[in-house]
Design a protein around this ligand. Structure first.
Ligand code: SF4
Ligand code: SF4
Length: 378
């Protein structure tokens, strides 16, 4: 006869748990955690390398010389709004513009990770995710346990990132018509959006500086504050991750209710009470799977019994998506942008001119025929 452990009194539950421990095989000692850290650091080094190259590129431009190094297209990963605008323009016109094509490629790869691999981008690739994890470790060192906000505060705060995300999506998908999209993409502002973004941080105002300090302090006090409450990219990926066929599954028959999985979960998900983890906050860090002491009790899978994916295979696929996606873009000529070094030299001297500014997504009027192809009529 099958015993429903949850309806038994606590002492009896413990005994059943102990019996299960004896009965079921121990999980192997393999841990994906160290490999995930290695992959995170690998992506972080790539981002830092891109940053150094880009800073050198811009500093040569500022000296008034044609850069001897190429601008790294990967810097466009930090232009998600431009990517969303370009993506919509591509869908409407069939034209993938050559101003920031790598931004679209990286945006699509990141969306694909969410659709197929849950929110793995946040805990395997994103440098801000890595930084939040480091702050979480600092938090644990200081307080010895994780603080979580009470539900009544946690839920409304979590909706903030969705509001931000819906605002951007609404502004691009609803508010902008094809002429607006065209005007933004080929504007002088968008052409130098990467340089502007760099300068925003390199020459940050005291308001930006203190905002960052407050965010770091909040993320140390309340782990993953930025990711959980404010990141609109994370909100988009969280929504898409509901589509992911892959989920964390818990085998109730072999689970001993030890609660270790819930204890280690940085997203405060009650893994030990779920048969399948559906939460949009699950970023597939796999710490729960690593922590589970019983063999084949927590695992990544499409259904309870079929299409399981090992932790190693998951790590391999997430890297593969980036390698294949960026390689295809390179081979098809959608990686490097079409702005020459001479043109960058022209722009850099004029960065403070009014046509290089923008106001809440509105680009100033400029001579469209001078800067871009004709506006598509269909
Ligand atoms: S449920 Fe597991 S994989 Fe998801 S965030 Fe929590 S520990 Fe990570
Ligand atoms: S770690 Fe979670 S899934 Fe594994 S046995 Fe303990 S409670 Fe069950």
């Amino acid at each position: 006869m099958e015993v429903d452990v949850n309806v038994l009194p606590q002492k009896k539950q413990h005994i059943v748990g102990e019996e299960k421990k004896k009965k079921f095989a121990k999980a192997d000692s393999f841990r994906i955690g160290p490999y995930r850290r290695l992959i995170q650091v690998g992506f972080l080094l790539v981002v830092l390398w891109i940053g150094v190259e880009f800073v050198l590129f811009v500093s040569q431009l500022e000296k008034g010389i044609l850069p001897t190094i190429d601008r790294p297209p990967g810097v466009e990963a930090f232009l998600p709004i431009s990517a969303l605008i370009s993506l919509r323009y591509w869908i409407l016109t069939g034209v993938l513009n050559n101003i920031h094509p790598a931004s679209v490629v990286l945006f699509l790869i990141i969306l694909a990770t969410a659709v197929f691999l849950k929110k793995g981008f946040c805990s395997w690739v994103c440098p801000f995710g890595w930084f939040s994890e480091m702050l979480d470790k600092l938090h644990m060192k200081i307080f010895d346990r994780r603080f979580h906000l009470p539900r009544w505060l946690d839920y409304p705060l979590r909706s903030l990132k969705y509001l931000l995300m819906f605002f951007f999506v609404w502004a691009v998908l609803v508010q902008m018509n094809i002429i607006d999209l065209h005007k933004f993409i080929y504007s002088p502002y968008n052409r130098v959006a990467d340089i502007k973004m760099m300068k925003f941080f390199a020459e940050m105002s005291s308001a930006t500086f203190w905002t960052l300090v407050i965010l770091v302090a909040l993320s140390t006090l309340i782990p993953y504050f930025w990711c959980r409450y404010l990141c609109p990219y994370g909100a988009l990926l969280g929504m898409l991750s509901w589509l992911s066929p892959l989920k964390i599954h818990r085998n109730e028959e072999t689970c001993t209710d030890c609660g270790l999985c819930t204890k280690v979960c940085p997203s405060n998900i009650k893994v030990d009470k779920s048969r399948v983890v559906w939460s949009d906050e699950c970023h597939a860090c796999l710490q729960c799977v690593d922590a589970c002491p019983v063999k084949d009790t927590l695992y990544l899978s499409v259904t309870k019994r079929r299409f399981r994916l090992s932790r190693k295979a998951y790590a391999f696929i997430i890297i593969l998506l980036f390698l294949v996606g960026t390689s295809v873009a390179r081979l098809t000529g959608h990686w490097q942008n079409g702005i020459s070094k001479e043109e960058y030299l022209y722009h850099i001297k004029r960065l403070d001119d009014p046509i290089y500014l923008h106001n809440q997504g509105q680009v100033p009027n400029y001579e469209m025929e001078k800067w871009g192809p004709p506006v598509p009529t269909h």
